[in-house]
Design a protein around this ligand. Structure first.
Ligand code: A2P
Length: 281
């Protein structure tokens, strides 16, 4: 049996580095690519057709993959960037030069097929947080993906009085995907009767002049974040937070939030904040 039908010929020609061999579970399936958008040289998003029986919670991630020319299965975790009610599955990715999966995935075309594992999971879900008044969503880079899902989910507008989404990127162009999703919300029928203006967006750039400049971690530590966003300092009693970025970013944010008396949560033991690594590679 050949797996070459997953990709068009030009993609199959791409050479790949070594990756672990693995077998496909019979319950996994290939799904059709609907569209792909290149935001910058290294950032792209793509939409897959959602299988009818595929269920997930906004904020979860799933394994996506393909087979290379040697029939090796390459799988990587991707946060689903579309909300749980949407017909399509949206993903946002960095393209790593020579990255076993992303270097090929960035070349997919509508009509190609990729493998979608059937078990979405993750901790960036409302079930892992206790009830609160303000919800902070802290992202760097492609860590915006799970929040792109969450901010289009009616649940957050029903459960929180204020939502603050921060996105730290290097350059202005890196904000484009997040900005599009914020726009999409305005047309979401499920959000029509909800107050989506309760979400405050706080983008910040580290390598280009901008209205907010610097890493969010530094802006929080100096207090500038609260002043510039026009909000009060963290309150462990009423604030909840989700964090998605690099390992180092997650660690620093966890330390900041713990320093404010907030406790890390999980689905089995809901808390005040939850972390997930932004997946790359
Ligand atoms: P910086 O430019 O100072 O490294 P990347 O493109 O490397 O994924 O990073 C995305 C954004 O996240 C960049 O603006 C980067 O800032 C920022 N960043 C990286 N590490 C941290 C961290 N530990 N704390 C806060 N921001 C970070």
């Amino acid at each position: 049996m050949t797996f070459c039908f997953y990709f068009r010929k030009e993609i199959m020609k791409t050479s790949l580095k070594s990756v672990a061999k693995s077998n496909l579970d019979p319950s996994d399936e290939t799904v059709e690519v609907i569209s792909i958008t290149h935001w910058t040289d290294s950032l792209f998003s793509f939409q897959l057709k959602r299988p009818k029986s595929f269920r997930f919670k906004s904020g979860e991630f799933v394994l996506i993959g393909l087979r290379d020319t040697t029939e090796t299965l390459i799988l990587r975790a991707y946060s689903i960037a579309s909300p749980s009610w949407d017909d399509a599955l949206l993903f946002y990715s960095i393209s790593v030069k020579d990255g076993p999966l992303t270097s090929i995935l960035s070349k997919i075309n509508p009509g190609d097929r990729v493998i979608l594992k059937r078990k979405p999971t993750g901790t960036l879900v409302l079930d892992a947080l206790r009830r609160g008044k303000r919800l902070f969503l802290f992202a760097t880079g492609t860590g915006i993906a799970p929040f792109a899902s969450i901010i289009r989910d009616p649940m957050i507008y029903e459960n929180f009085d204020h939502i603050i989404l921060t996105h730290t990127c290097r350059m202005k162009r890196d904000l484009a995907f997040g900005e599009l999703v914020l726009e999409l919300r305005k047309k979401d029928i499920l959000l029509r009767d909800l107050d989506i203006k309760k979400l405050k967006y706080f983008p910040t750039l580290t390598r280009e002049k901008f209205v907010n400049t610097g890493r969010i971690t530094s802006l929080i530590s100096s207090g500038q974040f609260f002043r510039d966003a026009g909000i009060g300092d963290f309150s462990y009693a009423t604030d909840k937070a989700m964090v998605c970025g690099s390992m180092e970013f997650n660690k620093e944010m966890a330390s900041i939030l713990k320093g404010k008396g907030m406790k890390e949560g999980s689905i089995s033991s809901p808390g005040d904040f939850v972390l997930e690594r932004a997946f790359v590679g």
